[in-house]
Design a protein around this ligand. Structure first.
Ligand SMILES: C[C@@](CO)(OP(=O)(O)O)[C@H](O)COP(=O)(O)OP(=O)(O)OC[C@H]1O[C@@H](n2ccc(N)nc2=O)[C@H](O)[C@@H]1O
Ligand SMILES: Nc1ncnc2c1ncn2[C@@H]1O[C@H](COP(=O)(O)OP(=O)(O)O)[C@@H](O)[C@H]1O
Length: 291
């Protein structure tokens, strides 16, 4: 595919894959307002792409602004600056983003961009902070960043930072994108959100259990999501990812997923991607390390 956003002369081009929350249980609320959860993360082989080139002057320049997100608030720029501070490097970077993932969709685009920036610049700058330190820097940027830094499908606990790697089947997913922005803070702040699901063991999950506790709240507050779920449920058992708005169903092969995608109305965009236990980012970095 031709890529207009990233120049071919960039020093390093890396993927920033999406994730799905295959289930998400809310166990309670901490004193700081954050919620204790249990969730199962799997990556998709579909995502954004980032390009990086070295700068000697220490500046961070993101050349592809996102509408409505100021340069210095972009998670890419924030991640780059955190890594500069933590490592003490004098180097900087030119960065380009090819944004393909819908924003605020519960598929983790911003968090994944941040993780790819941490790992990409750690590679380019030779800062060698190590995965644990990079995951720690990531957590300060968002609850979902560490899983993208680790790059392994995982059962997550705490606020999402305590990760146990898991081996899951790798089915094909149809992800539908209701055209509405769901606020994560609003969903977690809702009085009607249930916060008392008993903790479960990872083993019972892998047997296919679980649900998304945010789904009833999002269905009630966002008719676009409710209607999309009704529609997709006609073909496959559909579920919300994260706090939405995206919903997904799984299929044993790509053809079956494509067939359903073709039957969805134009008002409900969708894409088909395979679930992956090792993220595309990590597969690319491993290939680079072998060169
Ligand atoms: C719940 C998940 C599941 O993947 O939702 P999605 O964002 O992917 O939909 C994530 O953990 C979200 O992670 P992320 O989007 O990085 O959230 P943050 O920026 O850290 O938090 C946004 C807001 O959500 C609330 N929040 C978030 C995570 C959490 N465990 N408890 C919370 O109460 C807080 O009000 C916080 O201010
Ligand atoms: N590089 C980025 N990509 C996407 N969103 C970003 C980025 N940097 C900052 N943001 C902000 O983070 C918000 C949530 O982004 P996103 O990760 O796409 O959603 P979600 O966490 O629901 O999957 C966006 O609405 C935007 O304001």
């Amino acid at each position: 595919m031709t890529n207009t956003a990233i120049p071919t002369h960039a020093d390093l081009i890396l993927p920033a894959p999406a994730k799905l929350n295959l289930m998400l249980h809310i166990l309670g609320r901490r004193a700081d307002g954050y919620h204790e959860l249990q969730t199962l993360f799997q990556f998709l082989d579909h995502g954004d792409e980032l390009g990086f080139s070295l700068r000697q002057d220490g500046e961070i320049h993101l050349h592809t602004p996102i509408d409505g997100v100021p340069h210095d608030s972009n998670l890419i720029v924030r991640a780059a600056k955190r890594l500069q501070e933590a490592s003490g490097t004098q180097l900087g970077a030119d960065i380009w983003l090819d944004k393909r993932l819908p924003m605020g969709g519960g598929i983790g685009g911003g968090s994944s961009d941040a993780a790819t920036t941490l790992l990409g610049l750690d590679h380019l700058w030779h800062t060698q902070l190590g995965e644990d330190r990079l995951a720690e820097l990531g957590l300060a940027l968002g609850a979902d960043v560490p899983v993208f830094v680790r790059g392994r499908a995982a059962f997550a606990e705490g606020v999402g930072e305590r990760l146990t790697p898991v081996e899951l089947e790798e089915p094909w997913f149809l992800v539908a994108v209701p055209q509405v922005f769901v606020s994560t803070a609003e969903v977690f702040g809702s009085p009607e959100l249930t916060r008392d699901t008993p903790p479960i063991k990872v083993r019972s999950l892998l047997a296919g259990g679980g649900r998304n506790d945010c789904q009833p709240v999002v269905e009630k507050r966002y008719p676009e999501v409710r209607n999309a779920l009704i529609l997709l449920n006609k073909f496959v058992s559909a579920r919300l990812t994260g706090t939405g708005a995206c919903i997904f169903g799984s299929f044993p092969n790509r053809d079956d997923a494509d067939k359903v995608a073709r039957q969805l109305p134009g008002t409900l965009p969708s894409f088909v991607a395979q679930g992956r236990n090792i993220s595309m980012l990590h597969r690319r970095l491993q290939a680079l390390a072998k060169k």
